[in-house]
Write a protein that binds this ligand. Sequence first.
Ligand code: GRF
Length: 365
Amino acid sequence: MHADYTPMSIADVQRLRADLDQRGRKLVFTNGCFDLLHAGHVRYLEQARALGDALVVALNSDQSVRALKGPDRPLNCENDRAEVLSALRAVDAVVVFHDERATTLIEAIRPHVYAKGGDYTVDSLNREERKALEAAGTEIRILPLVPGKSTTNTINKMLGSNDANRLRIAVLGSGEGSNLLAIINAIQTGTLNAEIAISLSDQADSNFLKIAREAGLPAQFVNGGNNPRKLSEAAQKEIFEHLERARVDVVVLAGFMRILKEPVISAYAGRIVNVHPSLLPKHKGANAPQLALQAGDSETGCTVHLVTAEIDAGRILAQAAVPVFAGDTAEILHARIKIEEHKLLPQVLNEWHERGLPVRGAGAS
Ligand code: GRF
């Protein structure tokens, strides 16, 4: 097992190419997403490898897979895809690239042979890529695809008829992402029949985004602007567009620290939930565990509620209480509350879905 597997750098591949060249051998290059590996991929890579003496696979990064195939992909994050690919007999090296096209890599590596899957002809290759290949004196080889084997086919088969029934949720967060993880776990263990269609964060380096990416979820950073509690108008719009593109049924705010306004609030009225670390209506706003301590409460907890234009004031869907102990700090108390949040939030989503969600476009109840 390679827990800390790292793909090859371009400089490493350039050295490999120079070494092969010196020995009169050939470097074969191909590129792709290789999201859910199937026999078609394996056969294709074997054939590509047979065209020379070493095979380098340029793997599309998560960001470029999303740009090419939409927000539901990739299913597996780039490090996992690179690790799996590099374990194949036919593959000598994997390098991750971020553009939609492999032009820059082709220019840097100047492979002896370029292999491409049979849905292309030499003429339908991207113009820029083809120019770079011709400039490098690379031989272009189109390999036949294995009929009936494709990632999309595999995904459709796995989804089966249950797909139509599955709740498509968006999760928005700014921080630790422990509630996101609780939702992921509930989906994986089958206690929540849902799919995270998009995860969004206003914090580029948040643990929330790290968890989302490691789980292979579509994950996006949205620049919210300078005010840490507000979202710029452009960001409000950008979030709305992400939600629409991902066709979500429900929006879950799981530690999202900025205030969501129009157009999302109206378009998703009655379908946006927030989890808050207090027994609302007590202790609205930020630092709720600290407020419970300052108030001398002997009990506090968490609330899952609908989101409306007024902060922490929408209809309460469920609550769970926890005791406050002498000597509690805000951190200790918050950690105790979160244990309940992690059970309550997936449970509410599931029950809510089973009882029938308000249809798209319905007003807040
Ligand atoms: C939770 O306590 C939630 O109630 C509050 O923000 C916190 C988010 O925690 N709104 P995490 O990022 O899910 O770990």
